[in-house]
Design a protein around this ligand. Structure first.
Ligand code: ZN
Ligand code: ZN
Length: 140
């Protein structure tokens, strides 16, 4: 195989990776992850724990099978935010990355805004809207 053939094969792999995977990570770049591109369920969570751990009005999440979520660089710090919830974030820059809930052991919630392309997934429903802030305008 000539070296030019190898290069084009590598180019093709890179193209396919961008088409096939959604990629994301934290603000400082210590943590990078991949998840296959798919039409994942997604919503905005207005619960008080999301609000405080992100210091934002609400957090937009998508839900993927746990087996599909791969950390390709770095290591997430864990926080047990409740008896039935564990949050994963970057210990260097604090970016919230993911959350696991005991009642849904097969899936992982991933923050839409840690994606390189947050437009790739649109949150279509709201959770814990009873604790939504009065000024947090959001269709979901
Ligand atoms: Zn970071
Ligand atoms: Zn929440």
């Amino acid at each position: 195989m000539s070296s030019s053939t190898q290069e084009s094969a590598a180019d093709k792999r890179a193209d396919r990776s961008a088409e096939t995977f959604l990629e994301g990570g934290c603000f400082c770049g210590s943590i990078r992850y991949q998840v296959p591109r798919s039409d994942y369920p997604a919503g905005n969570c207005h619960c008080t724990m999301c609000r405080r751990t992100s210091a934002a009005a609400f957090v937009s999440w998508f839900v993927a099978p746990k087996t599909e979520f791969t950390i390709v660089k770095g290591h997430c710090e864990e926080l047990e935010s409740s008896e039935h919830g564990k949050r994963y974030f970057c210990s260097s820059c604090g970016t919230p990355i993911a959350c696991e809930l005991a009642e849904h052991p097969d899936v992982i919630d991933i923050t839409i805004c840690s994606l390189d392309d947050p437009e790739a997934i649109e949150p279509r429903r709201g959770f814990f809207t009873d604790t939504r802030l009065s000024w947090a305008a959001s269709p979901a």
